[in-house]
Design a protein around this ligand. Structure first.
Ligand SMILES: [Fe+2]
Ligand SMILES: [Fe+2]
Length: 285
């Protein structure tokens, strides 16, 4: 199979998760600047499973509001439109992929913990550098590796080959993909994001997070997620070795130089936020 055939096979998979109607609708509504709080709240309320999840999030330590928020329109006001959209997309996608039987050896929980860690770190970098709306960066971080789950669920022979190679040849997952199979999790994830009609900046971020491309629709989001991924990988691994930032794309390394230089000062605090985000997004899954 070449990469085109793999993507065609992906298009034919019948039980491939789709983005729930609500996420599509909200995504669509927020492209229209005239959408009102009332309209957005009414749309969300149509999805009765989503309502308690959003309320739980606004009332969680992750946001840390002092007074209890008990209705959706109030939640929309305090969170803001973009946050609401991001929560809905995030929760929907995590839900869509849980409950499926993944490959033995692929730890889906560890996968989502990594994704949440990159999401929170991206949000932090976006806030510090002001390159990007922090909430958008969060979603980019959360979804950057989504192609890995697709590989582990639907292309198990390819996944196994890559997995074995990471261990035998001490390669990163991405390097092993390049060596062993005709496609990468980045390309697969981008294909899926396109199918889901997610914003082009998000598609590009997924597509190029290991190999930054200047042609990306939203270069800032791409660079933030790319850097956050490398920070998380070097800080949350078990190794005691010094973080290795040599893989960072030079432009991104210079733009985020101040953050990279001080990473050991701020990362512990971000880690705590990662902890509380994991509690929200991953509990009961
Ligand atoms: Fe990746
Ligand atoms: Fe990653």
């Amino acid at each position: 199979m070449n990469s085109q055939e793999i993507l065609e096979k992906l298009d034919r998979i019948e039980d491939l998760p789709t983005l729930p109607v609500i996420a599509m609708e909200v995504n669509e509504m927020l492209r229209d600047y005239n959408t009102s709080i009332k309209e957005l709240s009414q749309t969300i309320q149509k999805d009765q499973a989503m309502v308690p999840k959003i309320l739980k999030l606004v009332n969680s330590a992750f946001f840390g509001f002092r007074s209890k928020i008990s209705d959706i329109s109030r939640a929309v006001v305090v969170l803001g439109f973009n946050s609401v959209r991001n929560v809905i997309i995030s929760v929907s996608i995590i839900d869509a992929f849980s409950g499926k039987k993944a490959l033995e050896g692929f730890d889906i929980k560890a996968f989502w913990s990594h994704s949440v860690a990159v999401a929170v770190t991206s949000k932090y970098l976006a806030g510090e550098t002001r390159l990007q709306a922090p909430e958008d960066a969060f979603t980019g971080g959360l979804l950057h590796d989504i192609g890995k789950v697709v590989l582990a669920l639907y292309f198990q022979d390819l996944f196994r080959k890559v997995w074995a190679s990471t261990r035998e040849n001490k390669l990163s997952f991405y390097d092993a993909e390049n060596r062993e199979i005709p496609i990468t999790h980045a390309q697969i994830g981008a294909h899926l994001a396109r199918k889901w009609q997610l914003p082009q900046g998000l598609v590009d971020t997924i597509n190029y997070h290991h190999a930054v491309s200047k042609s990306a629709d939203d270069l800032n989001m791409l660079m933030i997620v790319h850097v956050a991924d490398i920070i998380v990988n070097s800080h949350m691994s078990d190794s005691e070795s010094e973080p290795n930032f040599s893989a960072i794309y030079p432009d991104a390394a210079s733009i985020m130089g101040p953050q990279l230089e001080t990473v050991s000062d701020w990362f512990p605090e971000v880690s705590e936020e990662i902890q509380s985000a994991c509690e929200f997004f991953l509990e009961d899954r």
